[in-house]
Write a protein that binds this ligand. Sequence first.
Ligand code: NDP
Length: 452
Amino acid sequence: MEFDIDLFVVGAGSGGIRMARMAAQAGIKVMVADNNPLGGTCVNVGCIPKKLYAYASQFGHDFKDSAGFGWQLSDVNFNWRTLVSNTRIEIKRLNNIYEGLLSESGVEFISGSACLVDSHHVKVGDRVISAERILIATGGYPYVPESNYAGLLTTSDQIFDLPKFPRRMLIIGGGYTAVEFASIFNGLGSKVELVCRGNAILRGFDDDIRLFLATELERQGVNIHFNRNLVQVTKLQQGSFWVRLDDKSEYEVDVVLSATGRRPRITGLGLEQAGVAVDQRGAICVNEYFQTSVHNIYALGDVVGRMELTPVALAEAMVLLDHWYGKGEKYMDYNLVPTAVFSQPSVSTVGLTEQQAQNKYGHGRINIFRSDFKALKQSLSNNKERTLMKLVVDSNTDRVLGIHMVGEYAAEVLQGFAVALKAGACKADFDRTLGIHPSSAEEFVNMRTPVY
Ligand code: NDP
């Protein structure tokens, strides 16, 4: 059978663009469709604007800290519109870069919503294109639980472009998004209520880290409500919101941010028509080579919901590319994926939590090295912020199974340690590595005695 093209990619986010570019460079005829600006969640409403806003928020802390170092700042003001418009300009620049990368590689981009007609045909607007293979990389969207006030809630897609800076904010959720925005807006000067339905934030992270970060967030001024749920939200005449929690406490805030997780973006894709199976969460079911229930249709990234991280989507695309057009030697390794939460202070982690290590290897085998200290920078700043570093070690093999940190530049510190773990580093390797002095990171190679 003759096809118009070799590969049709639905979704121009991190995974889709990576695949489209690399495949086109290998001589494959590729088309990509998306109804949003190029770059997907990461560039437009995720990692990039979030990190820029986190930098903005960090200045708020730095201005305060600088006084102990002799700086006298007067008239320090924050202008929300400047941050919003400069971020928009940067995002537009990145959109254009992606556009250039696609066209330079010979990929045809179609702006519009793509819908599968059958297993080999995709419809975008009036066009129907036949493709030998189809890749779905449509990402996800913020999930808002059903309620009679759901329409009054703001999501992470809208938060970057609020017309006015929110002086008071209530955030529902305790995951990455909730914690990051709580820190960002607290640092920028908002009064933040963080409402978490469980008894700790950041489910899935090491328990020590979860507790430690919550303490630090509260020290910075974030008001955390554990074991609480939202029961009512009403819009007031002046544009603010009146919010009630299940302990009957009430708040008037300018924004209620729903940060209650994400769901795969599959609506309108025509998956049923094409026979593509999804699981209960709506994630597209794929095998180890990202093949769906239809032999020539593949999916990767957030829409398959394995690990919703940009580097994971990029790596999945490279594995699939190798499987299709390369030597077929690569496989996707979801072990030791480093990750960071850009809170204030930040969190970064790679490998097993203490609990996971104990479950896997048994209690008696796990040594915990832990250091909780005040970083040198805080000695003059009068900032009470503390740093936590933790190593999880298998005492039988001496292998370091997990590294966890809460503190300044945690992501920057842990990226290098992630390489060490991937290379199979043992605690003895840490011990014979000299520290970089004075730094916080050196504490990771100076922890000599297990705490238990
Ligand atoms: P998460 O799934 O990580 O967290 C959702 C939070 O909302 C949890 O605390 C959850 O509670 C809570 N929740 C869920 N449903 C309800 C409800 N009905 N009522 C009240 N609370 C509810 O979602 P995020 O949006 O934070 O992040 C999604 C994914 O995106 C992350 O897993 C991560 O992979 C990625 N991401 C990565 C970032 C980074 O790399 N820095 C930044 C942001 C997102 P409970 O724990 O009890 O289920």
